[in-house]
Design a protein around this ligand. Sequence first.
Ligand code: ATP
Length: 366
Amino acid sequence: MSDAVPERDPTTTDAGVALDNITVEFSGVTALEDVSLSVDEGEFFTLVGPSGCGKTTTLRAVAGFEEPATGEVHIDGGRVTDLAPERRDVGVVFQHYALFPHMTVRENVAYGLRFRDPPGGVADDERVDELLSLVDMAGMGEREPEQLSGGQQQRIALARALAPGPDVLLLDEPLSALDARLRERLRVTIREIQQELGITTIYVTHDQSEALAISDRVAVVSGGRIEQVAPPETVYREPQSRFVAEFVGENNLFDGEVTATAPPRATVDGVEIALPESAAVDTGDSVALCVRPEVLSLGENDTASNATTLTATVEHREFLGDAYRVHCSWNGRSLLVKTDSREPPEGTVTLTVDTDDIHLLSDSGR
Ligand code: ATP
């Protein structure tokens, strides 16, 4: 190896991947603004957010395909900001399978071995067989990509990315070209393989349910910035911002002013609400309350001190198979309720929510 080829700088962090204050600009447009995040070794970490928010740019900055205007990238503790992509020990799978059409499955996977460093070790043939078994494609090595289904092609793309034994696996919307059922199956496969190998993985998706289902932690991205990083349950139950509350799952959001307090109850815009203990509010505060559709129970009149009861009117119902979405109106506002009741009531209904199921946004700003 030539002295001129930069090596990783010595360890500065023990994270699997760390981005420190990364900013990426495209002809004056800021695609990423001062993004910092740290992915643990062996963690399955997902970037989720709407189209154009900067997910792919983040992934490309880790892979080395995008040069940040400012900031540093670390992989496995070493600084890689100035290293070319092929020297970063990352495997990448893109949305479109990008298999070589003129090569067999076996040749496609073997192609992934060309950057193996150091070369050698297990013979290529043996390594390819190992990888084909890993992605459940043993015996299909002689096929050509066009003889494979979309899901099979994506398995091969995964095998090719894993071939050189990278430190980090980067997956950019790998399932978005597949139908819904296959997506659900393959995401389980990806997760199982990731756990079997213990490989640090960053996964990009715009599909929030996929992000919640597959990840150890999720970063919600909006407008080139990270809104929240947390385990899926925390992101869902305790969103930090209005954007997260509305982007991840469905939510009923109430903005109002606290006009009186008598803990654990407070009056918000004239309605007395039982608030969680953690929600300290004072008279005059502007608050934003989140109530998930599935935590509102329909038709029960609960007078317990830790419950809030509202009288609403059912506007219409949607049957989803395993549940109903019930659209209600209450005090001139729309309220969405999700219930698995076989026959949700119509007309005037009582809605009840437990204190612990109300989340107060710490950032009530719009
Ligand atoms: P999607 O889910 O649609 O793929 P994304 O969240 O991955 O979106 P990015 O592809 O990272 O978003 O793009 C972030 C922003 O940077 C967008 O505004 C996009 O238009 C812009 N952008 C990305 N690549 C380039 C480029 N090569 N030249 C100019 N602008 C770009």
